[in-house]
Write a protein that binds this ligand. Structure first.
Ligand code: ADP
Ligand code: MG
Length: 345
């Protein structure tokens, strides 16, 4: 028990298995892996070979033969590809174990709130098969609430909206319990798709989703005109009708227009969740504000747009993309206090 006296076990691993990014946190060390959730897969005569995961997998695309494709193992908040998910987890856990000389770590993995029992079991079994001493699962928005510093143990309600790549997840916690949780399949990816559609409609130009994501990050905003950012980006592509090369300029206000639909969908989703809460919980949340986490929360002026639209204050956490893994790390560091927040595998 000497190790307990020293504070925490030093071989505790917390993993945020996200649709867009996977992060690994180690007690006493911090975040040691932060990479895209991606696997490079080579298909050959009906067999699939997993070549690389994470950043390495992403870098391979475009530089390798055509039969190598980039698989996103988690899509829309579910495990879309079990084999690829397991391979990715395996590689990241192996790397962590090797780096730190762990033999039998305890591993807590954060899974999408809507993960089915079969999906949870697959994640659980993979971690067990890699020699974990113990494996725990927790729902992403619950971990996000802790990582955002919400007073989850206190009476009164607190709400977090975690906007990832595939889904936006709402969790309302009160007195240490989850009183409401819901998921919308509109988040970062849907914003990228909306930009692709806008450019095709307005300019007859075809851009890929990776390009659309870059546009969103560089000049995107949730508020048009005077209040949002004002920047512009040049885009080159092929004209859909003439087939010739063409270049256009997009301003932030154009991107705001492109993003109006997903932003409105998100606003309606949060509004409905608020309306369904008991009045007491609602007034607690109105007092504390709604906390935004996940990469989607970084969209310029999203908090302001939601605050105006809904009439409750929204605030973006510091490092919103780290909230889930930080919350997970907190849970595994003091398991006894957080036991009731764990999911059954
Ligand atoms: P997940 O939990 O699904 O893995 P993340 O929380 O890692 O997702 O967030 C990924 C999403 O955040 C992506 O859709 C990405 O485009 C988006 N994102 C990252 N940075 C920004 C930014 N500065 N502005 C807008 N969106 C962003
Ligand atoms: Mg996430």
């Amino acid at each position: 028990m000497l190790r307990g006296v020293a504070g925490a076990f030093r071989d505790d691993i917390a993993i945020d298995l996200g649709t867009a990014n996977t992060l690994v946190h180690v007690a006493g060390r911090g975040i040691i892996i932060d990479e895209p959730s991606a696997v490079a897969v080579r298909s050959h005569r009906g067999t699939r070979e997993m070549l690389a995961v994470g950043r390495k997998a992403k870098a391979m695309i475009g530089r390798t033969p055509e039969n190598v494709e980039l698989v996103r193992p988690l899509r829309d908040g579910v495990i879309a590809d079990f084999v690829a998910t397991e391979e990715m987890l395996r590689q990241f856990i192996k790397r962590t174990k090797t780096m730190l000389g762990f033999r039998r770590p305890r591993i807590l993995i954060c899974v999408p709130a809507q993960a089915t029992p079969v999906e949870r079991r697959a994640v659980y079994d993979t971690a067990v098969s890699l020699g974990a001493r113990k494996v725990y699962l927790v729902a992403e928005p619950v971990a996000a609430s802790l990582g955002a510093g919400l007073p989850v143990g206190e009476p009164g309600g607190a709400m977090v909206v975690d906007i990832g790549g595939g889904t936006s997840d709402i969790a309302v916690l009160s007195g240490g319990k989850i009183v409401s949780a819901r998921t919308l399949r509109v988040a970062g990816n849907a914003m990228d798709e909306a930009i692709v559609r806008y450019i095709r409609r307005q300019h007859q130009l075809l851009v890929g989703e990776a390009n659309a994501e870059r546009i969103k990050v560089e000049v995107g905003t949730a508020l048009a005109a005077a209040n949002g950012r004002s920047a512009e980006v040049h885009i080159r592509g092929r004209d859909l009708r003439q087939g010739s090369a063409k270049s256009i300029v997009l301003r932030s206000s154009d991107v705001a227009e492109a993003l109006a639909e997903p932003v409105e969908a998100l606003a309606e989703f949060v509004q409905r969740a608020l309306e369904d809460l008991p009045p007491d919980t609602l007034s607690d949340i109105a007092r504390r504000g709604v906390h935004l986490t996940g990469g989607g929360a970084l969209l310029d002026k999203l908090d302001t747009a939601l605050t105006r639209r809904i009439g409750v204050r929204f605030r973006v956490q510091n490092n919103p993309m780290h909230c889930v893994v930080k919350g997970s790390a907190e849970i595994i560091a003091s398991l006894r206090a957080h036991e009731h927040l764990l999911m059954t595998p």
